[in-house]
Design a binder for this molecule. Structure first.
Ligand code: HQG
Length: 181
């Protein structure tokens, strides 16, 4: 199991952030060629086989990776820091979405709203439980309520990733409900 996690972290690195680390190229829509990925991973000392890759795509707890329909290509479903166009259709969001963050970021978020930091989008969760888990990665978690439908009416565009994460460019502070102190 630990092996799967390690390989999955390696895939996140090369499919979201640093494909050049192993000489991989992603196309404009973030896809990597599966055969090339497997060859380059092994060249760089990471054991990867077609069945192992199939298992990771199927069993990854957040469904982080997806194959193309013909299974010749693979990409991360969200979370990129490099400039890629996931070619997702703009999608009307539900009334409310949630953003999990850490209490230490609150002051800065109150001042400037949510921005995407190193990634391409601000990530929003469909429910509070998921957002709490996201926030815990950064410290003491806190969940912000995002008035998403109101944002969309004001012209902000939302996308829904293949693994259920809502994505948008930034969230101005006017659309954020902060927890009572
Ligand atoms: C914070 C995981 C100060 C923001 C998760 C967050 C997610 C600000 C951090 C995905 C700020 C960025 C993304 C401001 C935003 N001042 N801090 N103005 N605006 N921030 O990791 O949303 O496991 O880039 O609140 O499940 O935590 O990788 O984003 O705390 O879907 O598949 O800046 O990563 O998925 O952190 O997580 P991140 P995130 P994976």
């Amino acid at each position: 199991m630990a092996d799967l996690v390690r390989t999955s972290k390696f895939l996140s690195l090369v499919l979201r952030h640093k494909p050049e680390e192993i000489g991989l190229t992603l196309d404009a829509n973030a896809w990597a060629d599966v055969a090339e990925l497997i060859r380059l991973a092994n060249d760089h000392g990471v054991r990867l086989t077609p069945p192992l890759l199939d298992r990771i795509v199927a069993e990854n707890e957040k469904k982080r990776f997806a194959f193309s329909d013909d299974r010749t290509r693979i990409r991360a479903s969200q979370g990129h820091s490099i400039a890629v166009d996931l070619d997702l259709p703009p999608t009307p969001p539900p009334e409310l979405l949630y953003h999990g963050t850490a209490t230490r970021f609150l002051e800065s978020i109150r001042a400037g709203g949510l921005h995407s930091a190193n990634r391409q989008h601000v990530h929003l969760s469909p429910d509070e439980a998921t957002a709490t888990k996201v926030g815990r990665r950064h410290g003491k978690p806190v969940v912000l309520i995002i008035r998403a439908a109101e944002m969309a009416r004001a012209g902000h565009v939302f996308y829904l990733s293949a693994n259920g994460v809502w994505l948008t460019g930034r969230v101005p502070v006017a659309f954020i409900t902060f927890p009572a102190p």
